[in-house]
Ligand binder design. Structure first.
Ligand code: ZN
Length: 345
């Protein structure tokens, strides 16, 4: 007889950095080290992040984005045509908050690998399945000042080509899953339909590994908490995007669920996809119990078959206290095990 299916676990992406590497509980905190010490510090932080996930029992692990300050600008720092000496303070995610963003001043060009060494190092330091996260084209466009393309879709497709070349290289080095982060998909619903999904598919085209997209309501920072209060009792942004994604080539969809106002039945629109259900709230330092995690996943199981359900975090954990993030990872894995055992009878 086949072994009963178990619910696998993974993380959305980022984890808190050690205090010796970057200031704790600060989003996009600058590095505390320089030069060779910084390079060594990043490697040690990746080892620690992998170990933290493995010890908790997380199945598909990532590097916790320990080598990047910012989930979009980290990739852009390796791209020509993006000028980091021309930082502009702009409103992003429909002016939800302001961020200092570099400016596109010339055609974007990727001359060499950006994260190849990061994946090589992570691959060598874990035997688990490895996921690597990249920013999605629409979210990149929305986190940039642009003096050159002057057309969001055109810039998105140009960036998608660079992401595609990078993703193919990372898969060849050993990433089992490449995930594109598209929090902007919950903001610009018309653009998602008009060109967002097409740009995402171009970024993921021809990838031999598993492909994923992460769509969320943002990190647990005040601007996002305030925005969520304006969204009403039911958050239905996914309702227009999921039918489009279900027809796309992307294999997995990571979404926010724990403590959110997302009607869980919306995930039934992702037929055939792996659904990475956020069962850990990253906007609260209250650590979930395994029973709470199991309850969230049990609810999702009404709409997604077990072999397509993964337990995940709502979003990245970068701005959280490290001890809290570690306890939440343990709860996530324990909750998934609890439910798997219960279902196996
Ligand atoms: Zn997120």
């Amino acid at each position: 007889m086949d072994k009963p299916a178990t619910i696998k676990t993974t993380i959305a992406g980022s984890l808190p950095k050690p205090s010796w590497l970057a200031k704790p509980q600060v989003l996009w905190a600058p590095w505390q080290l320089e030069g060779e010490q910084l390079a060594e510090g990043k490697r040690d932080a990746v080892r620690a992040a992998l170990k933290m996930q493995e010890s908790a029992g997380i199945d598909i692990v990532g590097d916790g984005e320990q080598t990047r300050t910012h989930f979009v600008h980290g990739f852009l720092q390796g791209i020509e045509g993006v000028d980091f000496s021309k930082l502009k303070r702009i409103g992003i995610r429909a002016d939800r908050y302001e961020a200092d963003c570099p400016t596109v001043t010339a055609p974007v060009l990727r001359r060499k690998s950006v994260h190849g060494d990061d994946v090589r190092f992570a691959r060598a330091n874990t035997a688990n399945k490895l996921k690597f996260t990249l920013p999605g084209p629409m979210t990149m466009v929305d986190t940039l000042a642009d003096d050159y393309y002057k057309d969001r879709a055109r810039l998105a497709f140009a960036l998608a080509d660079l992401l595609n070349a990078e993703a193919k290289e990372l898969a060849a080095i050993g990433a089992d899953t490449i995930q594109f982060d598209e929090p902007a998909f919950n903001v610009y619903l018309d653009e998602v339909r008009d060109w967002g999904i097409a740009a995402l598919e171009r970024a993921a085209a021809g990838l031999a590994c598993t492909t994923a997209v992460h769509i969320c309501y943002g990190y647990g920072i005040k601007a996002n908490d305030d925005w969520k209060k304006t969204l009403g009792g039911q958050w239905r942004q996914y309702e227009s995007t999921f039918p489009l994604l279900s027809k796309s080539s992307i294999k997995q969809v990571s979404l926010e669920c724990a403590n959110s106002h997302v009607p869980i039945e919306l995930i039934s629109m992702l037929k055939g996809k792996d659904v990475l259900v956020g069962a850990i709230d990253v906007a609260s330092s209250a650590v979930e119990t395994p029973q709470q995690v199991a309850a969230t996943l049990r609810e999702a199981l009404k709409y997604v078959p077990i072999e397509h359900l993964h337990g995940c975090t709502n979003c990245g954990m970068a701005p959280m206290a490290r001890s809290v993030a570690e306890a939440k990872l343990q709860a996530l894995a324990a909750g998934a095990r609890l439910l798997s055992r219960e279902l196996a009878g």
